[in-house]
Ligand binder design. Sequence first.
Ligand code: HEM
Length: 221
Amino acid sequence: MARLMREREPTNRCIPINRRQAIRRFGWVSLMVLAALVSTYAALVLFVPSFGAPFMTVLWQLAPWAVAAHLLGGALALVLGPWQLNGRLRARAIGVHRWLGRGYVVAVVVGSLGALVLAPMSQEGLVTHVGFGLLAVLWLLATAQAYRSIRARDLESHRRWMIRSFAMTLAAVTLRIYLPLGLSLGIAFHDAYQVVSWLCWVPNLVVAEWLVLNSQALKSR
Ligand code: HEM
């Protein structure tokens, strides 16, 4: 009976390969577009004076190097990340994957150190200071772990840590989806920003963990 039920359960294996590839391609292109939009926004905040949220003027005065490092590193990590997840690029040009990977690691180190300086100055108090601060630490640690595992030639561990690292890089995208959504629902900025400083990354990590577990389960079948 249990066997019969397992056979009837829809699994990834039941999805035709063409459709699976189309879904993957759609997901990857969507990632690219969202990453390009937020990176362009970050570049505008970086290079166009007085562009961006009003509180940025204060941050520019208090910690100009941290702001510049954060925006530059964050934008680069966001643009490079989707390419690192692209299986075709890895298969066809492993040298390019390695160089972009080094660029991604440097970008995350620079971006997260900037974020660590900015987190205690972030808007709306202790909740956002801890939310952004913890994200910055975990972002740095996951990326360092991904780098360490590839140096040790542990491909499986490297893949898992890169998924987690990029899930956190994507917090820059999810924050900029949830915050306007919350504000448009009439939630005050004070409350919305506190919630979003956690909501932008905790569910991303849950999805990343699901992806890691799901791909392991598929392999062991
Ligand atoms: C993943 C870890 C990240 C952390 C912990 C983090 C943290 C922060 C913090 C604390 C601020 C200042 C916010 C405030 O003062 O309230 C900020 C601003 C900003 N961050 Fe990040 N960030 C992260 C990733 C990224 C990435 C990947 C980008 C990509 C471009 C990015 C782009 C920006 C931009 C553009 C701002 C300026 C604020 C705005 O205009 O929206 N961040 N970040």
